[in-house]
Design a protein. Sequence first.
Lengths: 244, 324
Amino acid sequence: MRNISIIAKREFKGYFATPLALVFIVIFLALTGAFAFYVGGFFTRGNADLTSFFAYHPWLFLLLVPAIGMRLWAEERKSGTIELLMTLPVSTLDAVLGKYLAAWAFCGVALALTFPMWITVNVLGSPDNGVILASYLGSFVMAGAFLAISACISSLTKNQVIAFIIAATVCFLFTMSGAQLVLNFFQGWAPEVLVDALRSMSFLTHFDAVTRGVIDLKDVIFFGSLIVMWLFLNILAVEINKGR
Amino acid sequence: MAEMIALSRLTKRFGPLTAVDGIDMKVNRGEVLGFLGPNGAGKSTTMKMLTGFLAPTSGSALVDGIDVTRDPVAVKKRIGYLPEGAPCYGDMTPRGFLNFIADVRGLSGKDREDAIARTVERVEIAGVLEQPIETLSKGFKRRVGLAQAILHNPPVLILDEPTDGLDPNQKHQVRTLIQEMASDKAVVISTHILEEVEAVCTRAVVIARGKVLADGTPDDLLKRSPLHNALHLRIDAGAATALCVDLKAMTIVGDVTQGAIFDGACEISVTSKDGNPIAPEVASMLKDKKHPVSDFKTEKGALDAVFRDITRGPEKKPAETANA
């Protein structure tokens, strides 16, 4: 536990040691705002809620979260510091969790900084703050799932750009797996069970449920198990790849 | 326990390539072991297995009696390790970096402050503590890496090419540092700089193509040199031939070779037949026969010639390409 927090602390500070944190946060805030107001029609909808704000989170996270996760392991392997880290008295699990939690906390900070949206909607009307809180939590957990994918893929390569592109693609597939675009591709030949399984993998479906204010156990289990699975793969990938 | 490191039949294969091939080695407390070998000989791979970074294919590595594969964290606690190239987190400052290492090493409170202060003083990085590591010169970077390795005063110190790329002053400094710390530790340093072995090591192990080829003190290695205890004499060209005849008549003398004439004088090299010192006998002969010798030098033999001999035995040449 102690080691996890030490590693997480170092990693978290690492984001702020470079302009990455600032650039990321500014762009994230600008895009969430732009989508909510211009594309989502925040004002024209005439409803005091944040549906138009949260609706675009999966699409933003699709690109932005892999950008946070891409450096986690690829950079360590490229610069050779992984040899330093993995010969310190910490387990691979400590290192994987520490890094992951730091990046997730960073996502949390970015998300928390959208609070003016919440203030705005409360000034304009009286929204259901329970739904908003649930949506924020849902959004945070979804970011965690995207991040687990990105962290795992980051440990497969020394190249951050490759890590970013592959992670974004995998995240895209997970987001879109419920859409007809993806399902059509499988429907012709794959067994019905597989198509159903794919449909149930969709981040969009699970996230939509949460933003309507329904925190269903199956959505929690979905995101939770996805995170655990990808982090487990991350540990394996680090063990296998560290010496290469 | 005096025996801090014990490798037995340690082997690492990468696919078809055998990088380390059944190495046996022991290092005791108080020893500085020089780990020598050409590039690609398996030095770094051996160190990576010893420090728990890579898992051995077979064989075992014990540190302080603990098997690395069985309890890697316990072993890592006892080791200070400087990986090849001294990688550090470039965006951190040396202070932030050492604080991080101290935390991971479980140091806290006054111990932590003392350890950091002592180490900073030891490797002399006080002036750059607040600068990002990536902006530091190579020498400082290496010293930060070294600081990280010795911070927790470990009983086992493993340094992979600690002086590589440093200028002569810095090299000297690092060697002095190693010698200062050596008395109560088991130290392993890998290098391909042979003067380093003579300067700091109490024992040298030569490996090539993953196998141990020689294990002994630097003096033992020097004894393998054909020039060990050879003499170089300088004499007037006119008297050279007579001297050669007298030298060849001595039973303890091996080869006698006469060098080119320069400035009316020439150099005569005399090797020892069985490697034992021949200087006293030759000196008294010179005195008895009144040879007009102007210079008289004994040679210990060059370690790099021995190194070449050991690592490039003529019968093993074909294997070299496989390990390049």
